[in-house]
Design a binder for this molecule. Sequence first.
Ligand SMILES: C[S@@+](CC[C@H](N)C(=O)[O-])C[C@H]1O[C@@H](n2cnc3c(N)ncnc32)[C@H](O)[C@@H]1O
Length: 292
Amino acid sequence: MLFFNPEIPMNDEEFRLLRDLVYQHCGLHFTPDSKYLLERRLGKRLQQHRLKSFKDYYYLLRYNKDRDQELTEVVNALTTNETYFFREDFQLRTFSEEIIPEIRERKERNGDRSLRIWSAGCSSGEEPYTLAMLLLEEPSLRDWKIEIIGTDISQRVLQIARKGLYGASSFRSTKPDYQRRYFSETEGKFRISDRVRDLVSISYLNLFDSARVALLGKMDVVFCRNVIIYFDLAAKRRVIESFYHRLRPEGYLLLGHSESLMNISNAFALRHFTHDMVYQRPSLSECPEGVS
Ligand SMILES: C[S@@+](CC[C@H](N)C(=O)[O-])C[C@H]1O[C@@H](n2cnc3c(N)ncnc32)[C@H](O)[C@@H]1O
């Protein structure tokens, strides 16, 4: 006999409590018309804990000794993690054909042969591994020290990224040649090769944890694609400001194709490249006053 009702409704007060808790934790923003989504996705957690109401679940998330672990489950349940290799080809061409040569020339002038790239909200790893494959294709970077840092808040997808084992849907936009050269087939799936993996580190990071974000150090390029669409304006501003501070002067910020900094920030310059437009942190001499 079932002791709990698997379809417990969420009332408006419970929705507000849970929505605010999620927002404060990770910036994900749910409007009242997405109440059903919270109800459906978190309802499974109620079943797991055999709770009778969403209010009880809220108290568990606030006061239980295992609340951090349960918050991990909430994030796993509520984040949208859609991704695939070589997503947004036009943007990747801009990255490898125009941005990388610019960085290379600029850095070589100063005898610097290091490159740091952050894939913020990397989901199951397809994005940072794609960047690594593109950089491996570039002979002039052969003796460079390259670091690609993939971070995400969902432990579920990070596990997949660390395993580096992918099914067919991850390859919907991958040229067969890349799949052949950088993956090996195993049990009907494809494992990323060590030479790609060696350029990439994967770790947990909540973009709203400012102290930990600051520990990442300075970046030449930040990719944050299809992540801030889930945040409200205040949260977008906070995250974009933190990217500004993580980027070196003249560093680049690449957002998803439907995203822009309109109304969010005017600290970046918009650069028009052949295939795409990209944001760039101004050089030290052009830095707007008050922002550094
Ligand atoms: C739709 S995926 C985008 C993946 C990849 N960037 C792409 O464009 O293919 C969005 C990712 O952002 C992550 N995310 C959402 N909120 C986050 C936060 N506060 N901190 C870190 N990652 C977050 C989600 O877990 C999810 O994996």
